[in-house]
Structure formats: C-alpha cells, structure tokens
Design a protein around this ligand. Structure first.
Ligand code: AMP
Length: 251
C-alpha cells in the first residue's frame, strides 16, 4: 500500500493505451491502473453507454451500432474523446481503453498529442502552459489472449452499476449476481452475447488489428502482455512494463 502511494506521487504515467480484442481485460486492468497511478480510465465504450443512458443524440445513434457489435463513426468518437481529454483529471495522465479502434482514430490521437507536445510554449506567453503530462509520448500496451478464451470471457462478464467487472467463470461475485463491494445487482451488457461477440471480433479483425500493427511498428513505446493469466498477474506485468517504458529514456 505504501509503495502504491509512493509510486503515485512520483511517477507521471502520461497517456497510456490499452489495446486488445474484446474481452482481453482492458477495462479490468484499466481500473487497477487507475487506482494505483491516480489517473482516469477513459473507456469509449463506457462513454458511449453513458450517452445512450442519457438519450443524447450521440447515444441514440450509437445504440443500434453497439447492439450489432459495429463501430461508431470515427468523427463522433474522436469528438467525444477530445471533450473528455479536456477535463482537468487528465493532468497526470490517462488510460485510453477501447480507443483508438481504427487507423483514422489513431491518426487523430497522434495529431492531438503531437499538437500538445510540440506547441511552442513561448509564442504566446499569456496562454496556459502545457502540463508535464502533455509533453509525454504515448505508451501502448497490447493485452493478448487466445481467441477461444475470449468468448467465455465475454459471455460470462457481469457488471455492477458502478462499473465493477466480474465474470461468472473466472472472477465470480461471492453471491451470484450481487456486487461484492456495494451489494448492487450485476447486469450483463446487451452486446455480451455470443452472436454479437462474433460481430465485434469481425470489427476487431477488420479495423483494430491494423491499429495494433501501427503501434507495434511506429510506436516508440509498445509492449505486449499475456492476458491469459490471473488478473493480478496481468496487472503486475502491465505495471512493470509501464514503469520500464516510461523510464527507458527519462520520460
Ligand atoms: P467496448 O465497451 O469497448 O467493448 O465497446 C462497446 C461498443 O462501443 C463497441 O462494440 C462499439 O460499438 C462502440 N465503441 C467503443 N469504442 C469505440 C471506438 N473507439 N470506435 C468506435 N466504436 C466504439
């Protein structure tokens, strides 16, 4: 515990991308990193579900696509992420979970981060100066899990209203259907069915696999972590990878 506090106070995580197919555990791992490093998890799936719950125009449009396991158009998702990254809680860093999912989204993120990093600070001295995190490049971590394991992960997933993630096969709640932490009823996401799983995997293979190759070949800081092991072991592997990649050249 003391170590976690120390790590959080001295370590600046910067922008972190968690990449991987549906069900590899991006959300679970993002929540663990969020607690340890004191930076927000920004899940585009969660943001879209929140829009859907609030019946915003974006939520209404996204609903049908999400139910079918298809991707929401890039410009809408990029705009949503743009607005979220403007919030002050991203000052130490943030974990993007489920974004970017297309090469177009990756290009948008490159531009966004590039603009922050290379904006000359002295041209307009009265303008707000960039925070330290705005100078850090992206660290991309791919969580990989064999495809046959993913179906069980997806169909077994249950979620509490506060967003805590369980799995009836691999990480069950103590009392079936009830959140261990706050006693609320667990629900299954509408798109966590076998039929929609295959559609989501298709979208992943057609669009997101290229994004992974993009970061693997161009990213200055890319690493792959095996996600087919105990949740805590995956967290430990991501944690040490993040520390190693960030400290490799002092950034
Ligand atoms: P997730 O919670 O990440 O599994 O996302 C659930 C659904 O939200 C996906 O199947 C897509 O329909 C939509 N979605 C989430 N993130 C994105 C994104 N970056 N680009 C396009 N659609 C997305």
């Amino acid at each position: 515990m003391a170590e976690a506090v120390t790590t959080q106070s001295v370590f600046l995580p910067g922008p972190v991308l968690l990449l991987g197919a549906p069900g590899v555990g991006k959300g679970t791992q993002a929540q663990a990193l969020m607690e340890e490093f004191g930076m927000p998890q920004i899940s585009t799936g969660d943001l879209l579900r929140e829009n859907r719950r609030l019946h915003t125009p974006l939520g209404l449009l996204a609903d049908e696509l999400m139910n079918k396991g298809q991707l929401v158009p890039d410009n809408l998702v990029n705009g949503m992420v743009d607005a979220r990254l403007a919030a002050p809680d991203t000052q130490r860093g943030y974990i993007l979970d489920g974004f970017p999912r297309t090469l177009q989204q990756a290009a948008w993120l490159d531009d966004f981060i590039g603009m922050q990093r290379h904006e000359p600070a002295d041209q307009n001295p009265s303008a707000p100066q960039p925070s330290p995190v705005e100078k850090l490049p992206v660290v991309a971590i791919l969580i990989s899990v064999p495809e046959q394991v993913l179906l069980e992960r997806i169909t077994g997933r249950r979620i509490s209203p506060a967003g805590r993630i369980y799995n009836v096969y691999t990480n069950p709640a103590k009392v079936d259907g009830i959140c261990d932490v706050d006693g609320s009823p667990l629900v299954q996401r509408k798109d966590d069915t076998e039929a929609v799983f295959y559609e989501r995997m298709k979208a992943f293979a057609e669009k997101t696999a290229d994004v992974i190759e993009y970061y693997r070949s161009h990213g200055e800081r890319f690493a792959e972590v095996k996600g087919d092991q105990a949740v805590a072991s995956v967290t430990a592997a991501i944690r040490s990878t993040l520390l190693r990649l960030r400290h490799a050249d002092g950034s």
